[in-house]
Design a protein around this ligand. Structure first.
Ligand code: HEM
Length: 303
């Protein structure tokens, strides 16, 4: 069995010293596996083309539901913010009011006291009370939404410093088929967003490393057992901010070990086998799944 230790130099921040569950995937020094909530998995239909797949969200829900992973995730965020603030916090000039608007909304939604901080410090305050990452988009002078502020501790292979002030098109430059499949649907979802109708969607991947804070793509490990790999799902929300007119984009990341995922209902595992088998090669490469594809398919087929 191959083991990827959590303290690899590229992702030192995924500290879980106390095993919080008895998952069969748990190995000391390794991130424990947290069950991805039912209903947040992609389906084989997603193999045909990349989709936004935005669905309506309850207006009162600003962040993910509290679970066993909230406290360790918040501890990780606290450590990252203290030790590597420039990698996880960013704010362009003019985004201060939107940070305060988001902090007020997020904190009220979880029944917490309002922040006494201003600007980006208010956003940090709110981010430290939830497991979700908080990103704010504001329209530029041409009305094009740009990433204006964020507290981002669970990046899936991207760096905040490289994306801040970017447009949707520039931010998504590494995404295969973005121009063909996604550019216009992404823009239209964002234009249609209204304060009364927030939306949620998912991003998914299968990774050889469980760290939540994963700014870089870890080295490929094609020899790795499929059972030791990780299903990574981001539950994302999109919400129009009524006062500043910006957009709040939240990301909550779940990481479940494949050996645990294999215990799930057989039709779900089969569906994911089909998805992995059918995604276009350029998408498999962009998602860093290509070297593991056959192995993953064979493994899922054993269920
Ligand atoms: C500040 C905001 C955003 C940032 C920084 C961001 C960043 C990224 C990155 C780094 C990826 C590639 C890695 C991955 O799949 O996780 C990605 C993929 C994607 N993003 Fe975003 N994103 C943002 C907002 C949005 C919004 C608002 C939408 C939709 C309305 C969206 C839709 C997508 C889609 C559809 C993919 C491809 C998913 C796939 O591979 O199946 N993103 N995004």
């Amino acid at each position: 069995m191959s083991i990827v230790f959590h303290n690899d130099p590229f992702t030192p921040f995924d500290r879980h010293e106390t095993p919080l569950n008895d998952s069969p995937g748990f190995v000391p020094g390794n991130r424990r596996s947290i069950a991805i909530p039912d209903g947040l998995f992609p389906t084989a239909v997603d193999a045909v083309r990349l989709r936004v797949g935005a669905r309506p969200l309850d207006v009162a829900q600003w962040v993910s539901a509290v679970d066993d992973d909230w406290a360790p995730t918040i501890a990780m965020k606290r450590a990252l913010i203290a030790e590597r603030p420039h990698e996880v916090i960013a704010c362009i000039e003019g985004a201060e009011e939107a940070c305060e608007e988001v902090a007020a909304g997020v904190l009220a939604s979880i029944g917490a006291n309002p922040s006494m901080e201003l600007g980006i410090d208010a956003l940090v305050d709110a981010a430290l009370q939830v497991a979700d990452d908080l990103c704010i988009l504001l329209p530029d002078e041409d009305g094009v939404p740009r990433l204006a502020a964020a507290v981002l501790c669970s990046p899936n292979r991207w760096r905040l410093a490289e994306k801040i002030d970017g447009t949707m098109a520039s931010i998504h430059s590494p995404v295969a088929r973005y121009e063909e499949d996604l550019n216009s649907p992404v823009n239209s979802v964002m234009m249609r967003l209204s304060p009364e109708r927030p939306m949620w969607r998912i991003n998914w991947g299968i990774s050889n490393h469980p760290a939540l804070f994963q700014p870089d793509t870890p080295p490929m490990t094609p020899e790795m057992d499929a059972a030791d790999m990780w299903f990574r799902v981001e539950w994302q929300t999109l919400r129009r901010l009524p006062i500043t007119g910006g957009i709040l984009f939240t990301i909550r990341t779940y990481v479940e070990k494949l050996s645990d995922f294999m215990e799930r209902d057989q039709p779900l595992v089969q569906d994911i086998a089909e998805l992995v088998n059918k995604i276009h090669e350029d998408v498999a490469v962009y998602k860093s799944i290509a070297p593991y594809r056959e192995k993953l398919f064979a493994y899922f087929e054993t269920r």
